[in-house]
Ligand binder design. Structure first.
Ligand code: RFL
Ligand code: PHB
Length: 389
């Protein structure tokens, strides 16, 4: 098979890029290791920035998002005593949209066939070849048959564990990493949310987050040590811990229910530079990971796709090779700003085991400053709603 762009991975990054290229008349094929059902069973992000919603709107795939998503004009930081509301709408003029990654991915998947976007699921042994030159190709196995796709450009949208980033030689790439000493235990349940907006809480016993998927489905998190096992967290223990950490006001409005999903995810900050090498470009988690505090992971994947699509369309429609060459620097400038925000909100809202009384006083002082300063709130709001692409 032959195409212009071979996209590896059918997560949100790969599917968004496939649709944007297809709409612009650039030929592409998406190659995915898993089944579509498996991808939709992964429970991940819940908050979309304005730019991510705009991207779906430009694709004409925002009907369900507009009908079922919730615009949120603010969110809250809880410091054990009070709720500090960040009025995102008043401070920035924009809102975020609460709409699950699962639903966004489903919208992209459902539109693939009607729009002629080819997605090859259940492709194993995916490997990249000749990425340094201008005739790269991808090989894989499907139903015990070996296959090959020749392309002009390969885009790696295959997440943190995928083969694309690893295809870049060690002497070209550089990684930057911070592994945090805790993980988030998440619970999804068909119960109404305890609050109409998100609450990120820093409590003596640790971090908690109250989030939601709809008026009848809630998503909550607590942070736990990295050594913790999910079997040691029966539902009641999670609800008890949430009630303490989120505080009496939220606890009074919290409805408990059986977990539809419960999982533990470690927190990490990670950036790989450069995001392009030869004929390979990287988008989304393949190039960078943020801790979930701040809800930036999925949104960064969308902004990478925006830059990558712009460059690829300029290249295939106008022969502009500089656009491809400039992709990495453009994308990384935004990536690092989101990394900084996610890292700083993680530091502010979690109790680190190595921290002493001084670091704790620093958190208290910062939360107090945020509570009393519109300038501080504006800075948080601007980052939360999404910096411009
Ligand atoms: P994805 O979603 O990981 O998709 C990558 C796709 O590539 C496929 N793949 C391969 N395909 C072919 N051959 C191979 N060898 C392949 N290896 C992998 C995978 O099957 C998959 O379909 O990356 P993408 O598209 O860049 O999207 C990024 C977002 O998914 C990610 O940033 C967020 O979900 C991060 N994230 C969260 N972000 C938030 O903002 N809030 C959250 O609550 C939140 N929770 C999470 C998360 C990420 C998690 N991961 C990666 C383990 C919870 C978890 C558990
Ligand atoms: C979620 O709803 O899953 C969610 C919301 C906000 C975050 C992280 C996760 O910062």
């Amino acid at each position: 098979m032959k195409t212009d762009v071979a996209i590896i991975g059918a997560g949100p990054a790969g599917l968004m890029l496939g649709h944007v290229l297809r709409a612009a008349g650039v030929a592409c094929i998406v190659i995915e290791r898993q089944t579509g059902d498996y991808i939709l069973s992964r429970i991940r992000a819940g908050v979309l920035e304005r730019g991510t919603v705009d991207l779906m709107a430009r694709l004409g795939l925002d009907a369900r998002l507009r009908a079922e998503g919730f615009p949120h004009g603010g969110f809250n930081l809880a410091d054990g005593e009070r709720l500090i509301r960040i009025d995102v709408a008043a401070l920035t003029g924009h809102s975020v949209t609460v709409y699950g990654q699962t639903e966004l991915t489903r919208d992209l998947m459902d539109a693939a066939e009607p729009r002629g976007l080819e997605v090859i699921y259940e492709a194993s042994d995916v490997a990249l070849h000749e990425i340094a030159g201008d005739a790269p190709f991808v090989t894989y196995t499907k139903a015990d048959t070996a296959a090959r796709i020749d392309a002009r450009i390969i885009v790696g949208c295959d997440g943190y564990h995928g083969p694309s980033r690893r295809a870049i030689p060690d002497d070209v790439g550089r990684t930057f990493e911070r592994v945090y000493p805790f993980a988030w235990l998440g619970i999804l349940a068909d119960v109404p949310p305890c609050n109409h907006e998100l609450i990120y809480a820093n409590h003596d016993r640790g971090f908690a987050l109250a989030s939601m998927r709809s008026a009848t489905r809630s998503r909550y998190y607590v942070d736990v040590p990295l050594t913790e096992k999910i079997e040691d967290w029966p539902d009641e223990r999670v609800w008890d811990e949430l009630a303490i950490r989120l505080g009496p006001e939220a606890a009074a409005h919290m409805t408990r229910g059986p977990a539809l999903e419960k999982s533990i995810a470690p927190l990490r900050s990670f950036v790989f530079e450069p995001m392009r090498h030869g004929s390979l470009m990287l988008c989304g988690d393949a190039a960078h990971i943020v801790p979930p505090t701040g809800a930036k992971g999925l949104n960064l994947a969308a902004s990478d796709v925006h830059y990558a699509a712009e460059a690829l369309i300029a290249f295939f429609q106008k022969g502009d090779a500089d656009a491809i060459a400039g992709y990495s620097a453009k994308a990384l400038a935004r990536v690092w700003k989101s990394e900084r925000f996610s890292w700083s909100l993680t530091k502010l809202m979690h109790r680190f085991p190595e921290d002493g009384a001084f670091e704790r006083r620093m958190q208290v002082a910062e939360l107090d400053y945020i509570a009393s300063s519109e300038a501080a709130q504006r800075s948080i709001a601007e980052n939360y709603v999404g910096l411009p692409t």
